[in-house]
Design a protein around this ligand. Structure first.
Ligand code: RFL
Length: 395
């Protein structure tokens, strides 16, 4: 078994296969140190924690992660808080930086005797329609390598080799560019509020998410195409404070901005998630906009489904799980896509690009009024709040 990519999907899969005695190797383009410093997700849903618990992979998360269950919305109509642990199914998030989860999963996999080839870039998966696919890779020493496993798991993200290797006629791609960009920031500053903050402002969305007691993630709706470095730190903080209405609800705790990345909000799903001997999981299978913080959670869920199906096939000779893998994942993928799409509509104003706003056209004003009504419904309707909580923290 060859797994491409040592992100959350590849490492959960690797750990589960190893525990079931399935021989596997993970090919990872990055060096080990780079994996531990790649800050991305932080909000893990209840089902993700249950999956990691089930397989003994959640020790670090329980030791260092923090439970989280409140979000606060701010807009021109005031602010309100939703304590979602008291709504829906009563589930909460655990805040645990993705790079720490990856470091834990990697350490556990290596301690159990797992093999990872760092610095090894998969180039192509050939012959996936047969039962001995070939993975062509470039090894850490720059030399070409060829692997001939029974199955290949493509957990190498959106731009990985697995996706590129799928013949166009074998898959259908559903794609949406939401036309919105975020500047994703990591600040060396304690959280400014005890909740996830979602601020809708005529100048655009701003978001606040705790990561650790010393580090906070902020998001700023950003002019598509504008470079991440084009604003000074002071201008960024002033804009965050303005959109989050700090003058009304309390100041932001400022600090050095240590990471800035422009994220274009896009959704992308390939169907099916299997082509012969090649399976896709995580971002390689479906890309979600980070608006609902679901990507890493789906990656873990898909990795478990794939691992169980592979073990059934390779150890017990039962291929049924592999046959239904794609359909089982896609149910979850589309629920998550639908909710992220709903969040995008809730949080953005078409006029908000960090610019002056302006009066807007009839269409943008219509969209704004819908957004206000949606937020108002979330503020006042218990049924709507239960629905939100269930989708926000679940999968
Ligand atoms: P990853 O984590 O991208 O890992 C893929 C791995 O494959 C390697 N790779 C290759 N290796 C060999 N050969 C090749 N050709 C290769 N090409 C790539 C890469 O080096 C890498 O190690 O994918 P995976 O495992 O599918 O995990 C997906 C998650 O990383 C992603 O969905 C989340 O980070 C999305 N996301 C969030 N998800 C959540 O569930 N909760 C959140 O709070 C959350 N916040 C976020 C996010 C994503 C963000 N960005 C950067 C888009 C916040 C942000 C800002």
């Amino acid at each position: 078994m060859v797994v491409l990519g040592a992100g959350p999907a590849g490492l959960v899969l690797g750990n589960l296969l190893l525990a079931a005695g399935v021989d596997c190797v993970i090919l990872e383009r990055a060096e080990r140190g780079d994996l531990a410093s790649r800050a991305r997700a932080g909000f893990l849903g209840a089902e993700t924690v249950r999956i990691l618990d089930r397989h003994g992979l959640a020790e670090g998360l329980h030791r260092h992660g923090r439970p989280h269950a409140v979000c606060e919305f701010r807009s021109e109509d005031g602010r309100f808080r939703l304590d979602y642990a008291g709504l829906g199914r009563g589930d909460r998030h655990t805040v645990y930086p993705q790079q720490d989860l990856v470091a834990d999963l990697l350490a556990q996999y290596l301690d159990a005797g797992g093999r990872v080839r760092f610095g090894t870039e998969a180039r192509a998966v050939l012959g996936a329609d047969g039962d001995r696919p070939t993975v062509e890779a470039r090894g850490a020493d720059g030399r070409p390598e060829r692997w001939r496993p029974r199955y290949v798991a493509g957990c190498d993200g959106r731009h990985g080799a697995a996706r590129r290797s799928l013949p166009p006629q074998a898959v259908r791609r559903r794609h949406r560019d939401h036309g919105v960009s975020w500047l994703a920031l990591l600040a060396e500053a304690p959280p400014s509020l005890d909740a996830v903050g979602y601020a809708v402002h005529e100048r655009g969305f701003a978001g606040h998410m705790a990561r650790t007691p010393e580090v906070t993630r902020y998001y700023l709706q950003w002019q598509p195409g504008e470079a991440a470095g084009s604003w000074s730190e002071e201008r960024i903080w002033d804009e965050l404070a303005l959109r989050m209405r700090a003058a009304d609800y309390g100041p932001l705790r400022r600090g050095r901005i240590v990471q800035r990345t422009v994220v274009d909000l896009e959704s992308d799903v390939l169907e099916p998630l299997r082509h012969g001997s090649l399976f896709l999981a995580g971002d390689a299978a479906s890309l979600l906009s980070p608006s609902a913080a679901k990507g890493a959670n789906l990656a873990v869920l898909e990795a478990e489904l794939l691992a169980l199906a592979l073990v059934d096939d390779l150890v017990h000779g039962d291929p049924a799980g592999l046959d239904s893998y794609s359909a089982a994942c896609l149910d979850h993928v589309w629920r998550a896509q639908e909710f992220s799409h709903w969040m995008i509509q809730l949080l953005h104003t078409p006029r908000g690009t960090g610019g002056a706003g302006g009066e807007g056209t009839g269409e943008t004003l219509f969209h704004d009024a819908l957004r206000r009504s949606r937020l108002q419904s979330l503020r006042t309707s218990r049924t709507h709040q239960d629905w939100f909580a269930e989708n926000y923290v679940g999968l």
